[in-house]
Design a protein around this ligand. Sequence first.
Ligand code: APR
Length: 177
Amino acid sequence: MMYKYNDVRINIVEGDITEMDVDVIVNAANNTLLGGGGVDGAIHRAGGPIILEQCKKIGGCPTGEARITTAGNMPSKYVIHTVGPIYSSENKNKEKLLYNAYYNSLELAKEYNLRTIAFPSISTGVYGYPKEEACEIATNAVLDFLDKEDGLDEVYFVLFSKKDYLIYEDELNSKLG
Ligand code: APR
């Protein structure tokens, strides 16, 4: 499904983010940046050891912030590693942290003059964030960024299941439909 907002194309796709041929894909990492399971594991496997080498030099990433590396063997040029909040964690500002993970990833993409970016559904796997709540925060962060900044041509939300795809389709239909 494709939408337009402030002349930027917003696409929802069901698939594997490591296969996206865009300027940058976003990784749902953890604070160590040393890899893990889920999309983090898939990105390191598909991109190759160069990504971990660069992550080790970066030395970690606070929750809600973003760091950039090469995408190695993947079709995209870069990976932006961001860390979403763990839903069950006691910190009350988990909504703001998830919003920041998306917003700071977009700011870093702009800093590198990247024009096409693909996001997974950050924090909704191992980190347990309810998908509908996370989707609302993710789309708010992206639309707020597109209200304030230019420089992007295309934003993809890459969902790993039909169920997740439909959550995003409902949300963007209600916001942009
Ligand atoms: N492409 C796109 N989306 C994917 C892929 C993939 N190849 N693999 C998994 N996903 C989806 C999951 O289905 C989920 O909806 O990414 C979303 C995020 O799930 P996780 O990867 O578990 O990420 P998160 O919930 O943010 O937890 C991060 O998990 O893998 C570890 O090292 C990571 O500690 C960190 C934690």
